[in-house]
Design a protein around this ligand. Structure first.
Ligand SMILES: Cc1cc2nc3c(=O)[nH]c(=O)nc-3n(C[C@H](O)[C@H](O)[C@H](O)COP(=O)(O)OP(=O)(O)OC[C@H]3O[C@@H](n4cnc5c(N)ncnc54)[C@H](O)[C@@H]3O)c2cc1C
Length: 496
């Protein structure tokens, strides 16, 4: 397994295909340092005695110990550990840990490539291609990003109906040695610091949309790939240092008639499995949320609790009620993920057919619980911010600048007036309110709210998944049984 330094050293050698605010930048440009700090945690963790067990796994391909972020889940225990690793590492970063997109994509492609080969007996070797790619990915301890979200152009039109066919990434040419792809994926987290980009479809696809059913992997500095990068970090502090400096990046990834050799292609034209691959990435990613969103809830709760303590209002009933709300959402989100892990199987729920075997035997978390957990916690994001705002009052929005806090003319007088709780050293109160500002009013906080709300699919997507996969018919039968109506079935008490 690599160290953070070895990881950055490799990024340093990559081709310059990152554009940021009108310039081309290197991957280790200073502006990306806080972003690299977050990813670095995933490398440091494998040597941390408290985290080692959660953050490593045994490769099913080689039997070697690997970073869990490179692992294909082989059991319910793996799913539990993935969830707990995510919560622990997100707590360590104080926000999203950012390496799970690649993990979730490789788990999806592992299953979909296996099934897609069955459609073309003997003619395709998607799964072997993938396993070969995966073995190197695991051995070299690489970081993957997942490029799923397409530009989507006119929202109410399918890929094939778009005025501009490039609004969804698609195959424009098939050659004897590979395929040529065109299109653009957006909001792709950490692609600017990843080794590989895994590309998967965004949505269900019809038989007339085979060109859009494509999954592949390319190095993130690959020829034919341009990245337009947004970088979000907390504002730089000169004097009053934080415990951890964090930042994030998201890229538009433009594929300009990019040639991908067959050995890096994992799906090409199998529209049913393209749709399934899209659904599976979303599912694995919603499972990841059952680790990360509770961790963000832990951070929000800590902010709310300290704000209440420093404002001297922690014993008031309305504050307790608000804190209970944050705890309820976090722990219900975690419980949903825990159940999804425990009920994991090498199966997927197909509307109308129920739970069906899918993939080579690797474990897939239960879809209903992943979706209800992600939906519940995603919808709560802005409300939780509101609760912190109510407890904090206006203080973070007009807090003095660092330079004023340390200025000899102002230091003492500001410390005097910022002291809301004589039991707490005023320097700590100052650091706290600055941190609360980082998480609530800073520009990174705004971006993360959007990410926490929409990442892994907006709540509307989870609602669609829940209502299409849940056995609503059985609930109708239950009512008919209870009402003594025709069509009632006492077996409905078993939920079926
Ligand atoms: C910070 C951040 C990080 C992210 N990281 C990644 C990543 O690493 N990889 C990745 O692949 N994706 C990533 N995403 C993308 C995320 O999955 C999407 O934002 C999410 O799926 C919503 O898609 P969208 O942004 O295109 O919104 P839209 O789909 O444009 O939604 C906008 C509105 O239009 C509505 N709408 C859209 N289509 C229809 C329709 N057909 N019918 C009716 N209403 C419709 C939606 O319900 C919503 O209300 C990230 C997003 C964010 C914000």
């Amino acid at each position: 397994m690599r160290t953070k330094e070895q990881y950055i050293e490799r990024l340093r050698k990559m081709r310059r295909n990152l554009y940021h605010d009108g310039d081309k930048i290197d991957r280790d440009d200073e502006i990306q340092a806080p972003v690299l700090n977050v990813m670095g945690i995933t490398f440091d963790a494998v040597n941390d005695p408290d985290l080692k067990d959660l953050c490593t796994a045994t490769s099913h391909l080689t039997g070697e110990t690997i970073n869990r972020f490179c692992h294909v889940h082989q059991s319910t225990d793996d799913l539990h550990k993935k969830q707990d690793m995510t919560r622990a590492l997100c707590r360590k970063a104080g926000m999203c840990i950012q390496r799970c997109m690649g993990t979730d994509a490789l788990n999806a492609v592992n299953a979909a490539s296996f099934e897609a080969d069955k459609v073309n007996p003997g003619n395709t070797s998607y799964h072997q291609n993938f396993l070969k790619w995966l073995e190197r990915f695991q051995k070299e301890d690489l970081v993957g990003s997942c490029a799923q979200t397409d530009m989507k152009g006119e929202r109410l039109k399918r890929p094939i109906q778009q005025t501009d066919p490039d609004m969804y990434v698609h195959v424009v040419e098939k050659k004897s040695d590979g395929i040529v792809v065109r299109g653009c994926k957006l909001h792709i987290s950490e692609a600017s610091i990843s080794d590989e980009i895994l590309v998967v479809p965004t949505r269900a696809l019809g038989p007339d949309e085979k060109d859009y059913a494509v999954a592949f992997a390319v190095p993130s500095d690959y020829e034919g790939v341009k990245q337009v990068v947004s970088i979000h970090s907390q504002y730089k502090r000169k004097h009053i240092k934080r415990g951890v400096d964090i930042g994030y990046s998201d890229s538009y990834i433009i594929f300009e008639d990019c040639f991908v050799p067959w050995e890096r292609v994992f799906l090409c034209g199998e529209n049913d499995h393209g749709g399934m691959c899209a659904l599976l990435f979303a599912l694995f990613h919603r499972h990841s949320y059952s680790g990360c969103k509770p961790a963000i809830g832990d951070v929000f709760l800590g902010l709310a609790a300290l704000a209440a303590e420093y404002n001297g209002i922690e014993k008031t009933p309305h504050v307790k009620e608000m804190m209970a709300e944050i705890i309820k959402v976090s722990e219900l989100g975690y419980a949903a993920g825990y159940t999804a892990s425990s009920m994991g199987k090498p199966e997927v729920i197909i509307p109308g057919l129920g739970s069906c075997p899918y993939g080579p035997g690797s474990y897939i978390p239960n879809s209903i619980y992943c979706n209800v957990g992600r939906c519940l916690t995603g919808e709560a994001v802005f409300h939780e911010q509101e609760l912190i705002c109510r407890i904090a009052g206006g203080i973070p929005s007009t807090f003095p600048y660092e330079g004023d806090l340390i200025h000899p003319d102002l230091k003492e007088v500001l410390a005097k007036y910022l002291n809301r709780n004589p039991k707490v050293p005023v320097e700590d109160q100052i650091k706290f309110w600055m941190t609360l500002g980082d998480y609530t009013i800073g520009s990174m906080a705004g971006v993360m709210n959007y990410g926490n709300y929409h990442g892994g699919g907006s709540p509307i997507m989870e609602q669609i998944a829940i209502t299409s996969q849940y056995d609503i018919k059985a609930r109708k039968k239950l009512i008919k049984y209870l009402a003594g109506m025709s069509g009632g079935d006492s077996k409905a008490i078993m939920g079926k």
